[in-house]
Design a protein around this ligand. Structure first.
Ligand code: MN
Length: 208
């Protein structure tokens, strides 16, 4: 996909932010280039904004498709976690962690809670892989995550709950990565990038 169409997809992202005040990346043209030389990446940010949540992001055609998951991902196949589709984020957001000023959009601390490559495992009735963009459009995404905290298959399913098509569910698929006893969203708060927690970032910010 051309850089210009990536750019249009980031209009919403950019319009909500003032990059003179927020440390978040503005998403350059180069950052939106579709990369075919490696597997696509996923990243999960933990974000203590006005309400605490996790942002699950999947690289699709040069941008990060994003869902806000209030309770965070689970490794228990019986859990169905609300995942609200939000605006596309630039690819270079994958490495972002820091503190967004309180009076800005999404103000609060952000850490890279998990990250790694992923594989698209969604197949159609014919057994062929369904392209990611198409899977998102259809509202049935299935990916295999190779993260540090999360591994294995996860499904994202559009539900139309409360009449809102942005309300999806995040569900752990049944495989070797499933474990009903682990509660990683609660017990493993450290950034996989820096080892820091949201508390560490906030304490650091107030020292500055
Ligand atoms: Mn967020």
């Amino acid at each position: 996909m051309a850089a210009r169409s990536s750019d249009t997809r980031l209009d919403c992202y950019r319009s909500r932010r003032d990059f003179r005040k927020s440390p978040e990346p503005s998403g350059s043209e180069a950052a939106c280039r579709v990369r075919k030389d490696r597997n696509p990446i996923f990243v999960i940010h933990e974000h203590r904004a006005s309400s605490h949540h996790f942002d699950v992001r999947l690289e699709v055609d040069g941008v990060l498709k994003s869902w806000a998951v209030p309770k965070g991902p689970s490794t228990d196949t019986r859990e169905r976690r609300l995942a609200v589709l939000t605006e596309d984020h630039p690819l270079d957001y994958a490495d972002f962690e820091g503190v967004i000023p309180q009076d800005e959009y999404g103000g609060g601390a952000v850490v890279v809670w998990d990250a790694g490559p992923y594989r698209n495992i969604k197949t159609g009735d014919d057994g062929e892989t369904v392209e990611m963009a198409r899977a998102v459009e259809m509202g049935t995404v299935e990916v295999w995550l190779e993260g540090k905290k999360l591994r294995g298959g996860y499904a994202l399913v559009r539900t139309n709950m409360r009449g809102d098509p942005d309300n999806w569910l995040l569900i752990k698929m049944d495989d070797e990565g499933a474990d009903a006893r682990r509660k990683p969203a609660r017990t493993q708060p450290e950034s996989v990038l820096s080892g820091k927690t949201l508390d560490d970032l906030e304490a650091q910010e107030s020292d500055d």
